[in-house]
Design a protein around this ligand. Structure first.
Ligand SMILES: CC(=O)N[C@H]1[C@@H](OP(=O)(O)OP(=O)(O)OC[C@H]2O[C@@H](n3ccc(=O)[nH]c3=O)[C@H](O)[C@@H]2O)O[C@H](CO)[C@@H](O)[C@@H]1O
Ligand SMILES: C=C(OP(=O)(O)O)C(=O)O
Length: 429
């Protein structure tokens, strides 16, 4: 187990390359199950969620080979092996094995997924979709059992706009008989990415990226090659860090259009943002002028996955900012840790009320989830003195080479092994 040791106060300067999107990668890897030949995925991020999924596909008989940023998955020998426990609990996206295995084998047994603890994260809309396609779905001792004689296209209206349910229903529907229509679908760029991969396999999908997706099922799908889109959340995290303590930082290999809501918010608090074709530059010294209210919303609204790091930035801005998360009701575990560092933040219901401006002080803090980790690293970079962040395994789920990337732009960050004492304390909490 590791911790990050951050010496705060060193300004960031230079260029950072952004990796492929976690939330695409974790759907594209299970999607490969649906093909009848090898699927090659390029621009794969080196994160632990990807390693876990590769392991899961191997468990069900997949031949998975990997070179630096490319993974080839040959699904021809895969079987519908039950996965009620084990690796499935390590990440959220193991739920995509349900849709993909149901589509391919008409049956699956998958343990309820793990992932960040952000309050209740039900999967009722996924199940409603599978049932509409003709599956029988039961929950037995924490594992979901899915079985269908035939899968037939259906019209499904999602009661909640859900990224996971939209993708999972797409995965099952591409091999169902006839037409499926997903209404009130989520519109995130990662959904478009998944639709592109499935289309390259021969699937017929229209409307991905809008709130109505139409899918005409096919009896078989072929292998293909596909490159993952850039990670807008990783990019946004570095943009926030640069706004918090940057001189001039360019964030490269991104799609700026995917970050419009963050760019608007950063400008609102007084950050200079220059946009190029595939990069943005945050820059020219710190000129943050006033607090801002932020409400997380489904895409293209402000992403909940950037809410926590943005909160760290807002501690350094004069005035009061209100950060409201409309997607998750308990995504505020970072707040107690920021308070340890001197932040003046109060949580009321779904909102964090941030009173700035505070000069944060280094402290020992715990990342309870992936983006809480990003928020605490951001705070550590801004703070006076040394910050130690434990819970690094959460950060490793979604940030490729965080230490190396930050060090390359002037941060003082190291990954250190936990001492015996620290390991014991981590096990107790
Ligand atoms: C692996 C992955 O891609 N994770 C992302 C995905 O998570 P995930 O797919 O889990 O998030 P959803 O879009 O499904 O969740 C949105 C909201 O809908 C609720 N809900 C969802 C499904 C359901 O069946 N019933 C239900 O009530 C959830 O509790 C949540 O309040 O989208 C989230 C919202 O952008 C991001 O924070 C996560 O990073
Ligand atoms: C919540 C997140 O991830 P997951 O859905 O995989 O837990 C995230 O990426 O911020």
């Amino acid at each position: 187990m590791y911790k990050l040791r951050i010496e705060g106060g060193y300004p960031l300067e230079g260029r950072v390359n952004i990796s492929g999107a976690k939330n695409s990668a974790v759907a594209l890897i299970p999607a490969a199950i649906l093909a009848d030949g090898p699927v090659t995925i390029d621009n794969l991020p080196a994160i632990s969620d990807v390693d876990t999924l590769a392991e899961l596909l191997r468990e069900i008989g997949g031949d998975v080979t990997r070179s630096e940023r490319t993974m080839t998955i040959d699904p021809t020998k895969m079987i519908a092996m039950p996965l009620p426990n084990g690796h499935v609990k390590k990440l959220r996206a193991s739920y995509y094995l349900m849709g993909a295995m149901l589509g391919k084998f008409h049956k699956a047994v998958i343990g309820l997924p793990g992932g960040c603890h952000l309050g209740p994260r039900p999967i009722d809309q996924h199940i409603k979709g599978f049932e509409a396609l003709g599956a029988r779905v039961t929950n037995e001792q924490g594992a979901i059992y899915l079985r269908a004689e035939r899968l037939r296209g259906a019209t499904i209206f999602l009661d909640v706009v859900s990224v996971g349910a939209t993708i999972n229903i797409m995965l099952a529907a591409v091999r169902a008989e006839g037409r499926t229509v997903i209404e009130n679908a989520a519109k995130e760029p990662e959904i478009v990415d998944v639709a592109m991969l499935l289309s390259s396999m021969g699937a017929r999908i229209k409307g991905a990226g809008t709130n109505v997706i139409r899918i005409d099922g096919r009896p078989s799908l072929s292998g293909c090659r596909h490159a993952i889109i850039p990670d807008r959340i990783e990019a946004g995290t570095y943009m926030i860090m640069a706004a918090a303590i940057g001189q001039r930082v360019s964030i490269d290999h991104i799609i700026p259009l995917h970050l419009e809501s963050l760019i608007a918010k950063l400008r609102e608090v007084g950050t200079e943002v220059d946009i190029d074709n595939d990069s943005v530059t945050i820059g020219g010294g710190r000129r943050l002028k006033k607090g801002a209210d932020v409400k997380t919303l489904v895409y293209p609204g402000f992403p909940t996955d950037l809410q926590q790091p943005l909160t760290s930035l807002l501690t350094s801005v004069q005035g009061t900012s209100i950060v409201t998360d409309t997607i998750y009701d308990a995504r505020f575990k970072h707040v107690d840790e920021l308070r340890r560092m001197g932040a003046n933040i109060k949580v009321e219901g779904r909102s964090a009320i941030v009173h700035g401006k505070t000069r944060l002080q280094g402290a020992s803090v715990r990342a309870s989830d992936l983006r809480a980790g990003a928020a605490l690293v951001t705070a550590g970079l801004m703070a006076e003195g040394v910050t130690e962040v434990v819970g690094v395994e959460h950060i490793d789920r979604g940030y490729e080479q965080l230490v190396e990337k930050l060090t390359s732009i002037g941060a003082r960050v190291q990954r250190e092994r936990l001492t015996e004492d620290e390991r014991e304390r981590a096990a107790e909490s």
